[in-house]
Write a protein that binds this ligand. Structure first.
Ligand SMILES: Cc1cc2nc3c(=O)[nH]c(=O)nc-3n(C[C@H](O)[C@H](O)[C@H](O)COP(=O)(O)OP(=O)(O)OC[C@H]3O[C@@H](n4cnc5c(N)ncnc54)[C@H](O)[C@@H]3O)c2cc1C
Length: 284
């Protein structure tokens, strides 16, 4: 079927566009990065936003956009296979078709960092590096507008680290520091072992000049938040990206409701002082 016949985009936010996989990069044993050909009608996205990816016969899932925001030809997603939809997505290769609707949701507040050339502290756990990667691309592209960039990244094992080639490249930029930590390691790993708050203790930052952005499992974000506050960073300078079970992505179905918020519309990126009290409430 010709490519344009797949393009069903209309005003209906529930209708996907159908895009072809241009390249599939196997990142780890359970994670893949798909580069989709979006050269026809790529809508602009802001770092932190997500798309709904639809796989025929399997279903639809929310996945952050993990590629460069200035690339209007390619749409990039990094997917960890955990279940009924993401599992089969892991098997997709060049030429496969995926439905895409979006972009949706709130963005990381990069303007707050570039305004005055503040420092940026990123803390990512596991697949949480994916929604922060567009931030890194943007800061490196507009390097002079930002102060120091510190990337703290934790994974379960060295083999679970994403974007390994890029991690090495990013730390070559002036004013950029990349620090890694893993939960456990066997063999040749000479880096740190522990949790991401251990890494934070090795970093100096000026609370008056720093904005922090955190993405990872909720428990990791909670501990990271408390450690940042303990180190003097105001809660209004901390942002985190939330994940909840999501179906419609446009605030109709209520699946992703977290007390007064719909994660899909009000988030996924929240200022920490708005969301933190809810994270501390059990069963929410
Ligand atoms: C805004 C937003 C952005 C997201 N961005 C990404 C992204 O960039 N990359 C990505 O891989 N995922 C991302 N996710 C998570 C992704 O949507 C889920 O992993 C996906 O919906 C799981 O669907 P499934 O049908 O494959 O699994 P299901 O069959 O629904 O779940 C199977 C099992 O996996 C568990 N599970 C579900 N989600 C997760 C998870 N995130 N981690 C561990 N276990 C889980 C379930 O509890 C269940 O036990 C994002 C979610 C949101 C809300």
């Amino acid at each position: 079927m010709p490519e344009q016949e797949y393009n069903l985009q209309g005003a209906d936010p529930m209708l996907p566009r159908f895009l072809r996989v241009r390249r599939a990069v196997v990142e780890t044993h359970d994670t893949i990065t798909l580069e989709l050909d979006d050269s026809n009608a790529a809508p602009q996205f802001a770092p932190g936003q997500f798309n709904m990816l639809y796989l025929f016969g399997a279903g639809e899932v929310a996945i952050s956009i993990s590629g460069p925001p200035d690339d209007r030809q390619t749409l990039v997603h990094t997917i960890r296979g955990v279940g009924a939809v993401t599992g089969p997505i892991l098997q997709l290769r060049r030429g496969a078709i995926l439905g895409v609707r979006g972009p949706y949701g709130s963005a990381w507040p990069l303007h707050e960092v570039s305004n005055g050339g503040r420092d940026l502290l990123l803390m990512a756990g596991g697949i949480g590096l994916a929604p922060l990667r567009p931030v890194i691309y943007e800061v490196l592209r507009r390097r002079r507008e930002f102060g120091n960039l510190t990337i703290l990244y934790g994974a379960r094992t060295p083999a679970d680290l994403l974007y390994r080639g890029e991690l090495a490249q990013w730390r070559m930029f002036p004013g950029v520091s990349v620090k890694l930590i893993v939960d456990r390691a066997a063999g040749v790993w000479s880096g740190r072992i522990g949790v991401i708050t251990d890494l934070l203790r090795t970093v100096q930052f000026d609370p008056a000049e720093t904005i922090a952005m955190i993405c990872g499992p909720e428990v990791m974000m909670r501990f990271a938040y408390h450690e940042l506050v303990r180190r003097g960073l105001a809660a209004e300078r901390i942002y985190m990206s939330m994940e909840r079970n999501m179906k419609c992505a446009v605030g109709w179905c209520g699946h992703c409701q977290l007390s007064p918020f719909f994660i899909c519309k009000d988030g996924p990126v929240f200022r920490a002082d708005r969301i933190q009290p809810l994270l501390a409430t059990r069963e929410l």
